[in-house]
Design a protein around this ligand. Structure first.
Ligand code: SF4
Length: 265
């Protein structure tokens, strides 16, 4: 069953200027209540309201297609599923991807935290996307738990295995998105390099938090609006020295040969 949704809610938002993908129209398959299998310390949604790893239909595909009709897609570069939580929790993920591709003819991508990739059904549905950005914020379980704060039952080792399986099956563009909150210990950096070398993604998207974290879920925070002050209560995050990002980017490129893109370099 889908959540009850106010008529004022739109599952389509933007377009937003994405440093990764150009003009990106956002699709929110989760809805007005934020839902995720993580509760990342830097999350732009604020504290996650529904912490879960159970898949279900949050927003019916028909509602997404209906909301999409109010938007002109000619002037957007891509369409991205992200929004109010983890898109792979949506049980209709594959149906949404097929429907949007059919309706728009635009490249459609998914920004995911990769926590459900051990499930072959999720991998099959996600493989319908033209591009996927998968979150890897750590290289050890301890660091993963501290930064991404997953629900019970999700371990970093399972995410690694799921990503490796997805990489071997997927023919689209796979990016790894890594958020740095500071300089990582040498051992963790080495483990990350070994994993990236094995995974061989098409690129790494390396970031440090630049926007404050909302204290509560705000639909306006979907996609962010760089340069605009938020109109809701926030907590400032400790800034990360851009040299930390540059050094890490240089090491990744030197040791793995995977291209790195970052708004901070
Ligand atoms: S995975 Fe994404 S949506 Fe979920 S808590 Fe982390 S940043 Fe927020």
């Amino acid at each position: 069953m889908a959540n009850t949704m106010p008529q004022s809610f739109s599952s389509v938002y933007g377009p937003v200027a994405s440093w990764r993908y150009g003009r990106s129209l956002g699709i929110d398959p989760i809805g007005p209540v934020s839902a995720c299998s993580f509760d990342c310390v830097y999350c732009q949604l604020g504290a996650i309201e529904d912490k879960t790893r159970d898949r279900r239909i949050f927003v019916p595909t028909s509602r997404i297609l209906q909301d999409l009709r109010a938007f002109a897609v000619d002037n957007v570069d891509v369409i991205s599923l992200s929004g109010s939580g983890e898109p792979t929790l949506a049980l209709n993920l594959g149906e949404i991807l097929s429907a949007i591709k059919g309706a728009t003819g635009k490249p459609v991508g998914v920004l995911t935290n990769a926590s459900l990739l051990a499930d072959s059904a999720v991998r099959q549905e996600l493989a319908l996307a033209d591009f996927v950005a998968a979150k890897v914020d750590a290289a050890t379980d301890e660091h993963f738990r501290r930064v991404d704060r997953p629900v019970d039952g999700i371990e970093f080792a399972g995410i690694r295995r799921g990503l490796l399986s997805f990489r071997s099956e997927y023919h689209g563009q796979l990016a790894v998105q890594t958020m740095l909150l500071g300089r990582w210990p040498a051992r963790e950096q080495a483990e990350y390099m070994a994993f990236i070398d094995e995974l061989a993604p098409d690129e790494i998207q390396l970031c440090a938090p630049t926007r404050p974290r909302p204290l509560a879920h705000e639909l306006d925070a979907r996609g962010g609006r760089p340069g605009e002050p938020p109109a809701y209560a926030v907590r400032q995050l400790k800034p990360v020295d851009t040299r930390v990002v540059r050094d890490f980017a240089a090491r990744i490129q030197r040791e793995t040969r995977v291209p790195v893109r970052s708004p901070q370099t």
